[in-house]
Design a protein around this ligand. Sequence first.
Ligand SMILES: Cc1cc2nc3c(=O)[nH]c(=O)nc-3n(C[C@H](O)[C@H](O)[C@H](O)COP(=O)(O)O)c2cc1C
Length: 391
Amino acid sequence: MDEKQFTPVNTYEYQALAKSKLPKMIYDYYASGADDQYTLEDNMAGFRRIRLRPRVLVDISVQDISTTLLGISSSFPLIIAPAAMQKMAHPQGEIAVARSAAKNKVIMTLSSLSTYSLEEVAESSPTGPKWFQLYIYKDRLVTRKLVERAEKAGYKALVLTVDAQRLGRREADIHNKFTLPQHLTFGNFKNWTASDDKIRTKKSQGSGIESYFATLMDPSVTWKDIAWLKTITKLPIILKGITTAEDAAKAVESGVAAIIVSNHGARQLDGMLATIDCVEEVVGAVRSLIPVFMDSGVRRGTDIIKALALGAQAVCVGRPILWGLAVSGEDGVDDVINLLRNEFHLGMGLVGCRSVNEIHRRMVKRQNDSCLGVSRSPKYDERLSQPIARL
Ligand SMILES: Cc1cc2nc3c(=O)[nH]c(=O)nc-3n(C[C@H](O)[C@H](O)[C@H](O)COP(=O)(O)O)c2cc1C
């Protein structure tokens, strides 16, 4: 089949198409998880272990799938997760994603390691609500400047990533000697050449992003730094990367505005639980004091229903957005968001919910892997090769 005639109808097919378009080094950087990638597969398998319990004979002729997230209205409970270096997928990179997010009325989270600057992204889509993702650098001044700039540019919250004090070992990046292509730069650090230099490794070295983190990010960050961050910003702080009740309780105590249950798309600690398996524990510890969001492995509208049934207020999506961007820029991102929105809308109707508030715990039931037997979905890699074979 001619590639032009192939229209992806789900996020897996978008991934397959993106894989056929992107250079190997870039596709591998986007797609990979850490080490053996057990958690990468499990993030998606975790959703398959949870099954839906629909209610029938509910009048679903009028449905409202919108919601409000930290005071921001959203067309459905989806947030775009921060993902670094998006110009590698498409020349419009983060700007295409921000424009699509604004058009589709969802929140976009911009990575600190974006290839457009945070100001360029803010100006490109002034009406779209945006959050800014933050890492804490050894040089606190670098972090402080980013915070000030994000605040000035109108970002509505800071998303502090707390699961990446050291970078996970992504073996494909080591083999590929991953680096930021020469024609691109980190948009937020245009006058700080040390930033770009650290990712451009010599041919003999391994992953450039690993050496970037090892040299510049601060591995000594603790809860005290949350208190420090609060002194330098008025923006709400969201902690991204909490997966246990113990840390969730500390997060609430530290006075942050929300939590994102995340394992960084399985790119950090391989062998961790799938994040969907951490949601209930975190929600329980938070006791409704602050909102809980989740990410990692969301690929279907029904995954969003499952996350909400377990107590999350919304999900964030990472890779599916990058696949849409790689396939056809802003249009591709629009299409991925629409596919997920339509699947969520349909799924909500089929489980008998007229509004997001009606999704509740009794709508899901956990199944053991052993119960799933042969009916389990095809393995992830097989799913990816199917549409490619059809091209
Ligand atoms: C290519 C790529 C780059 C990422 N860059 C960042 C980043 O700069 N900061 C961050 O906090 N998380 C980053 N993440 C993690 C995402 O924010 C998110 O947690 C993850 O992608 C969710 O899993 P999913 O891809 O299965 O949806 C990145 C993920 C990917 C795939």
